[in-house]
Design a binder for this molecule. Structure first.
Ligand SMILES: N[C@@H](CCC(=O)N[C@@H](CS)C(=O)NCC(=O)O)C(=O)O
Length: 219
């Protein structure tokens, strides 16, 4: 039975899963979410009451959480680009950096975007300030840590880069990576050129007017 991915092209975590599918040219059916696709939304809610996406259906198996989806694809639908290193020791930093990008780049980025979507009286200026401090801290750490590396964990494109691409793409929109962070800026530029992610960016382009803080006129 064919793979089905529930998601939305403008969603950062959907992009993360799409990168894995595109890297390995894995055939799948995209089950679009949104007001014009209420049947897909109802099925997502039935399979995962938390309702967050992406969500992968593979025959009898339902997998949610983008990292777990990529782990599932690597294990059961492997292709020419192994996003999880086969060597256990090499896989640890890849999984660690995946958590770093999700928790300390994607998380604060989503907090800033989520705040802008709240009604006027329910905004959280303190939470946004904390998110910006976290982004400043992680930008500096990444700029230092990634020096001399081709990709996040070394020479190979991995799960960590699939996490990094949409996280840094949107984080830079809400909290600019400073000119002094030359390594991090160059890494983000490399991610944007990676064909799997360039395709995600193009597929998401029509939805930019939906970005609550206003999408910048670049990328
Ligand atoms: N931890 C989840 C996060 C998924 C997530 O936050 N997805 C967002 C879209 S990028 C979402 O579902 N937003 C809709 C909602 O929260 O109801 C993962 O890694 O997949």
């Amino acid at each position: 039975m064919s793979l089905q991915l529930f998601g939305h092209p403008f969603s950062s975590y959907t992009m993360k899963a799409l990168i894995a599918l595109y890297e390995n040219r894995t055939p799948f059916e995209f089950r679009m979410l949104g007001p014009d696709h209420t049947d897909n939304g109802a099925e997502l809610a039935r399979r995962w009451p938390i309702g967050k996406f992406p969500l992968l259906v593979d025959g009898d198996t339902t997998v949610f959480e983008a990292s777990a989806i990529i782990e599932h694809l690597a294990a059961f639908h492997p292709g020419p680009v192994p996003l999880i290193p086969a060597d256990a020791k090499a896989a640890v930093p890849v999984r660690m950096l995946d958590r770093v990008f999700d928790n300390y780049v994607m998380g604060p980025m989503q907090a800033i975007v989520g705040n802008a979507l709240r009604p006027e009286g329910s905004r959280d200026a303190y939470g946004v300030a904390q998110a910006r401090t976290t982004l400043d801290t992680i930008y500096a750490w990444l700029d230092h840590t990634l020096a001399g590396r081709r990709w996040a964990a070394g020479d190979a494109f991995t799960l960590a880069d699939a996490a990094a691409a949409p996280a840094l793409f949107y984080a830079d929109w809400v909290h600019l990576i400073g000119q002094d962070h030359t390594t991090l800026k160059a890494y983000r530029a490399c991610l944007l050129k990676r064909p799997s992610f360039a395709r995600c960016i193009d597929e998401a382009r029509p939805y930019r007017p939906l970005f609550p803080l206003g999408a910048p006129d670049r990328d």
